[in-house]
Write a protein that binds this ligand. Structure first.
Ligand SMILES: Cc1cc2nc3c(=O)[nH]c(=O)nc-3n(C[C@H](O)[C@H](O)[C@H](O)COP(=O)(O)OP(=O)(O)OC[C@H]3O[C@@H](n4cnc5c(N)ncnc54)[C@H](O)[C@@H]3O)c2cc1C
Length: 547
């Protein structure tokens, strides 16, 4: 339903006529996104059922604030998005005004002394990384890719990332924020003028701003964020050429005092021992897993062309690797000096021996050698999972965060068994049983693990099977998974049995009624109930509910 003309004109006066639209053609492009076909009862096909009523492109904090105040005045529901990489960025509600923040794309500053950057919503991880390297600093880009917004990831989304072993989970890399609260009030968390801390003396709103996961657009608009940066021992610029197989790019000049390794562990128990030992030794500039070779090389890779990729398959290298690897773990060591690097490498080899691992010979052969030497550094900078959609759709069974042993206990063999069953039924791609995407945080103090699988988004059977796989994962050994489940992918999209709304109702009571607490915060901060409810608190049902 279009906005009332007089309300449209109010928004137009704020941003100018070029920066607002209610054109059906453009609005439709805001209904097509990753996983929309997963929303049961909502998406009849690959489009969300509801178009937004308008899309507005504010260019400054002042404009965002004016829009939010107008939304409150005219009771217009709004939702912000940064780059919009995922259907959670759009709305399941009717008549929602989307605030697309792509005009707010400035890096405000990089503070070398305090090791942090201040950015606006549309600054991507790629932009931030390129500028940070020049100052000897590095961020924590996530697997979603260099093209996604750093601010959205840090303030409002999740935060699993490939640099987490030394840089931490992104919920902890959020420093000061500038935030337009749901009713239009502008606040700043942290020091009034600086950005290096998100807290100061006195009460803090940090726990309301985000927990392990953010509010997904359900609690106002963040217009700037201070992001913690970490040490980069490498050159101020990493020059690349576009001709890789794994990442589609290669570094032009090899990095000094740096090397990537691919260690194989025979089973999940040994894998856990290895990860703990690496954590104890405090090495690993990046520690990550992308599953076995069929998945890591054949699926997570994104070659410069489909032909290059086909050539890799037909060369027999993937099969050769699959024979030698059971559960690979990728590490990137970076020394601050030659001596430091040699020490780290020696530690790594000792740990491999002690935990029953091997470094198979196949990785010394082309093209794997090139991938590790020339392409792994690029992955750190520009990992890009949109290259990973070979079947058309990509999803996860669930995402579990915790200490290594319990997470591996659920996402190791049991997840493989589940995936094997769905692979045999033909609904999902056969890309090996171990397709776990696995990040280590804070020297393996805790990890994140999800089992990824690929489906055909255009095939209703394949979509339905993928949704069932999520449901079955959730319902298996459920009582043992308390503490993990809130990371559940079905909280963004529902599953084969339940809509998101039903998932909120079902899950909340199992987790201290967190959804009711969120609802109380929402009512205190959003008295006119104008922020989109699709993915927050008790959900859309909260409009007619006593709490
Ligand atoms: C294939 C794929 C892989 C992914 N892998 C990872 C991963 O490894 N780790 C990880 O952490 N995440 C991952 N994600 C999710 C990802 O975190 C987010 O999509 C991304 O980090 C956020 O950037 P964005 O620009 O896409 O945000 P958007 O999609 O624009 O926004 C993300 C959420 O935040 C809200 N939001 C955006 N901007 C603002 C703002 N300024 N103020 C308030 N709310 C806002 C939106 O409403 C939305 O709900 C993945 C997503 C996809 C599609």
């Amino acid at each position: 339903m279009p906005l009332k003309p007089e309300v449209y004109r109010v928004f137009e006066d704020i941003v100018g006529e070029k920066n607002i639209t209610a054109s059906d053609v453009i609005l439709d492009s805001y209904t097509f996104n990753w996983l929309v076909e997963f929303h049961p009862g909502c998406a009849p096909g690959k489009y969300l059922q509801n178009r937004p009523s308008a899309v507005i492109l504010p260019g400054s904090t002042e404009e965002v604030q004016a829009i939010v105040k107008a939304c409150n005045r005219y009771k217009a529901i709004y939702k912000p998005l940064s780059t919009g990489y995922g259907s959670h960025a759009f709305s399941l509600e009717e008549e929602v005004v989307l605030l697309d923040l792509k005009r707010m794309n400035n890096i405000i500053e990089i503070d070398e002394k305090n090791r942090c950057a201040v950015v606006e919503p549309y600054v991507t991880w790629a932009q931030l990384t390129a500028e940070s390297l020049k100052k000897g600093l590095f961020g924590t880009p996530h697997q979603a890719g260099s093209q996604a917004s750093a601010l959205a990831n840090i303030t409002s989304g999740w935060g699993m990332n490939i640099m987490g072993n030394h840089g931490g989970h992104n919920c902890r890399n959020a420093l000061g924020v500038e935030w337009i609260l749901p009713d239009g009030e502008l606040i700043k968390l942290g020091h009034t003028e600086e950005w290096f801390t998100g807290d100061g003396p006195g009460p803090s709103l940090r726990g309301i701003m985000r927990g392990h996961v953010g509010a997904l657009g359900g609690f106002g608009v963040f217009t700037k964020v201070g992001i913690k940066l970490h040490n980069w021992p490498g050159p101020p610029e990493v020059r690349t050429v576009g001709e890789g197989i794994f990442s589609a790019y290669k570094v032009k000049e090899p990095l000094k005092r740096a090397k990537a390794y691919m260690v194989d562990l025979p089973d999940y128990e040994k894998l856990a021992d290895f990860m703990y030992a690496i954590g104890d030794a405090e090495i690993g500039y990046s520690v990550m897993r992308c599953g076995g070779p069929e998945h890591a090389f054949a699926i997570m890779g994104g070659a410069i062309s489909n032909q290059t990729f086909l050539d890799l398959h037909e060369s027999g290298m993937i099969n050769a690797a699959a024979e030698e690897f059971n559960h690979p773990c990728m590490l990137f060591l970076y020394g601050i000096s030659e001596r430091d690097f040699e020490f780290q490498e020696k530690l790594l080899y000792d740990i491999v021996d002690e935990t029953g691992g091997t470094i198979p010979d196949v990785i010394n052969e082309t093209p794997f050698k090139e991938m590790l030497a020339d392409e792994f550094p690029v992955i750190l900078i520009g990992n890009d999972t949109h290259l990973a959609h070979h079947a058309g759709g990509f999803v996860i069974n669930a995402g579990y965060m915790g200490t290594t042993d319990p997470v591996v206990r659920h996402q190791g063999l049991p997840a493989e068994e589940l995936k094997g069953k769905y692979m045999e039924r033909g609904g999902i791609l056969k890309d090996g049983l171990d397709s776990t995407y696995h990040n280590s945080f804070d020297n393996n103090s805790y990890i994140y693990m999800e089992l990824e699988y690929h489906y055909d988004a255009a095939d209703p059977f394949s979509v339905e099977e993928s949704r069932k796989c999520i449901t079955e994962e959730r319902d298996t050994r459920r009582e043992e998974k308390a503490g993990f489940e809130v990371q559940d992918i079905a909280l963004c999209v529902g599953d084969s049995r339940l809509t998101i709304q039903e998932r909120f109702d079902e899950l909340g009571p199992l987790y201290g009624n967190y959804h009711l607490w969120q609802e109380k915060f929402k009512r205190a901060f959003d008295p006119n109930d104008v922020v989109d409810r699709s993915t927050y608190g008790v959900g859309v049902a909260g409009r007619n509910m006593d709490v």
